[in-house]
Design a protein around this ligand. Sequence first.
Ligand code: BGC
Ligand code: CA
Length: 338
Amino acid sequence: MKNWKIYLSMLFLILASILYFSDDGQSLAEEKNQEKPLKIGVSLYRGDDEFISSIRHALEEEKLALEKETNRKMTVKILDSKNSQSIQNSQIDQLVRSDYDVIAVNVVDRTVASNIIYKARQAGIPLIFFNREPIQTDLIQWNQAYYIGSKAQESGEMQGELVLEQYRLAPETIDLNRDGKIQYVMLEGEEVHQDSLIRTESSIKTIVEGGVKVERLARGVGNWMRQPSKEFVREWLEKYPNQIELVMSNNDEMAIGAIEALREIPEGMTLPHVVGIDGTSEGLEAVDRGEMLGTVRSDPNEYAREMLTLAKQLVESNEQPIGNGDPYIWIPHQLYQK
Ligand code: BGC
Ligand code: CA
């Protein structure tokens, strides 16, 4: 019987074509794995934060773009912790139980990231922290934990530059009473956030080191939010009528709060300059309208793209460290002014 010879050569052909078509010697198991959608769970510290909600939209956009480019489906589930660490903890438990491939965390309380790292590590699920930076000693506890964010100092310095530039160009437009000093008020973000203190200090330091004297009239913690900031500025305008020359704000939302308060002041009173950080859509519009001197942009689409690309790499690398093993990925800032 010659039949077995025919069978054998057919079998050989089949095997050869399987090997040939499963490109570059990738195993079939790996190939199959790539067809499965990548499951990414995202927990936001609070969904009603303007900048964070712009990252949420960007995640939805970039997901579609990346799926097209890479031909791999992704499921991106986005949860809102409503500013509660205990809600966030149970969300993370839920994502772990539902076998998510990667978990991205915008941690509510950055001092307790170690609990989250411990849980994810136990489950072998890579973690991407973003925008709210864990303490470094926590982050380096696991080589599958990363942080994506923007450098606070860079944003503060660029904000200071904005003011300095305007002062050099036309000092009388800022130093309204011409006493050689800029009288300013400062709107600050959440006290425990890495960006608040550093932006507050480095912006002012840049102005002072640029040779311009400053005098702080008031400061207030607006917690990144518009409404409390508006109330602070209303109060300060009453307390220091015609004296405020500059409103420095740790972010655009609080700057918009200031602008809303400034719109209420009677004609003829002096209008201070306002500067922000983030480049939210309303922030950019305020600059275009001339109500804000400038802002420092941090592009949410860049954030989203880095997050999704890293997530994909983490899953496909099978626990091998990405890049040079550095857990930090920095999103650069850009100045935005008229
Ligand atoms: C942004 C703020 C935002 C905060 C949330 C900061 O980097 O500038 O607008 O509210 O992150 O964590
Ligand atoms: Ca002055």
